[in-house]
Design a protein around this ligand. Structure first.
Ligand SMILES: NC(=O)c1ccc[n+]([C@@H]2O[C@H](COP(=O)([O-])OP(=O)(O)OC[C@H]3O[C@@H](n4cnc5c(N)ncnc54)[C@H](OP(=O)(O)O)[C@@H]3O)[C@@H](O)[C@H]2O)c1
Length: 380
């Protein structure tokens, strides 16, 4: 793998999904470290106005709109994600695209030997083994942006010993304390009112159903190569401890910080080195106050167990879970199904899905398409 820092030049960065919550945070981090990083490429989905503003501010060598119309200066179409991810001047690809649309860029960047700073957890959930093979074959590396996985990596990096158990924390989402009988009728506005994190709509709804935590358990399984029995989740409403890692002697390390994605983004850019960053709020244990932990209400939020079961089933089952969840969340956001139906749609899709080996992108895409078809039927 190339080491541009050692070669005395700034590391080239592509930000995919630059107009979203993570994309904008990544640009804020890069802005504070212009002497270290060179923003080479920006790709958005369809928000042309926001992309135009970013292009005017950053003058990248490449800009694209994956789902919109381009022109002489802005490339268009899904291939623009690949062109940015494999651009010769790019060393690090921040993949902050939401959903299955991020998979091809993750694979292409790893094949091309890039570091992928991965927010797009869906890539790993859909095709964890293919992503690992792409990294191995192409010489690329995968560094997580998700705060829980960044926390695990940071706990592991100084240890010579493999962990025995990971404990990912979950805020519990906006409905952590809601009684079951109110959940079914929760509105979109209520689901989007996350208590501790400000994020894009899809991941915010995933946090409300706890499907997000299932996606993260699967992500952790592929990233850290641990069995599902060795990955636990605990609800921690303050979102100050991002993960805990247990070692064979029973010792447990935790990583902490006020909830902000800028820390994990910066770490994914610099790992294993740490750069000083004056823009980040310094941790203050007294201001943080009490830390509390509680069990997940798994019966109230069945999407979690459905997702972990799909992870355990393996093959194309996690891709089907991901696709069913994306379709159900879209339907909920468009007020076509109530909140309580999201997990029911996922359940119906998974009960029809016959998992096969996820040994090619074609197999994964086929499972994804079939699950979306099943989801349409379940929603209707
Ligand atoms: N937000 C967080 O704090 C957080 C934390 C951990 C992990 N994540 C993960 O990070 C990813 C992004 O989350 P987010 O909250 O930043 O989402 P977001 O705010 O909805 O932003 C999504 C980005 O993806 C772009 N996009 C949407 N559809 C696309 C497509 N088909 N092709 C290419 N680009 C597309 C959007 O472009 P336009 O807006 O221009 O259409 C936008 O730039 C998700 O996988 C999420 O689970 C997020």
């Amino acid at each position: 793998m190339i080491d541009p820092a050692a070669a005395g030049r700034r590391r080239g960065v592509a930000v995919l999904g630059s107009t979203g919550s993570i994309g904008v945070s990544a640009l804020r981090v890069l802005d504070r470290h212009r002497d270290e990083f060179d923003l080479v490429a920006l790709v958005a989905g369809s928000n042309r106005d926001a992309l135009d503003e970013q292009v005017a501010r950053w003058s990248p060598r490449f800009a694209g709109l994956a789902c919109g119309r381009g022109d002489a200066t802005i490339a268009s179409g899904p291939e623009s994600l690949i062109d940015a991810a494999t651009h010769p001047d790019v060393d690090i690809v921040v993949n902050a695209v939401v959903g299955a649309a991020g998979l091809d860029a993750t694979l292409a960047a790893l094949h091309a030997g890039k570091r992928v700073a991965l927010a797009n957890k869906e890539s790993l959930v859909m095709a964890g083994d293919l992503v690992a093979a792409a990294a191995q074959g192409g010489g690329g590396e995968l560094i997580p942006i998700d705060s829980e996985h960044s926390a695990v990596l940071q706990c592991l990096v100084t240890q010579g010993t493999p962990p025995t158990r990971l404990i990912l924390t979950a805020s519990g989402g906006p409905f952590r304390t809601w009684p079951d009988h109110r959940l079914d009728a929760a509105t979109v506005a209520e689901a989007l009112n996350h208590p501790t994190w400000s994020m894009g709509e899809k991941v915010t709804v995933d946090s409300a159903t706890l499907a997000n935590k299932a996606l993260e358990v699967i992500e952790a399984h592929f990233l850290f190569r641990l069995g599902y029995d060795a990955i636990d989740v605990v609800v921690h409403p303050q979102s100050l401890v991002h993960a805990l890692v247990e070692f064979p002697d029973g010792s447990v390390l935790a990583q902490m910080g006020f909830p902000s994605m800028e820390g994990p983004i910066l770490y994914a850019l610099t790992h294993p080195v740490r750069l000083p960053d004056s823009g980040m709020r310094r941790f203050d244990p007294v201001a943080a106050g009490s830390l509390t932990f509680e069990s997940m209400r798994r019966d109230s939020f069945p999407a979690f167990d459905l997702g972990v079961a799909a992870g355990r089933a393996g093959g194309t089952a996690p891709a089907a879970f991901n696709a069913a969840n994306e379709a159900a969340v879209t339907a909920f956001l468009q007020a076509r199904i109530p909140f309580g139906r999201i997990s029911a749609v996922i359940d119906q899709v998974l009960s029809r899905h016959r998992a096969t080996a996820a040994d090619s992108v074609a197999a994964v895409r086929a499972a994804d398409s079939e699950a979306r078809r099943f989801a349409v039927e379940a929603i209707a």
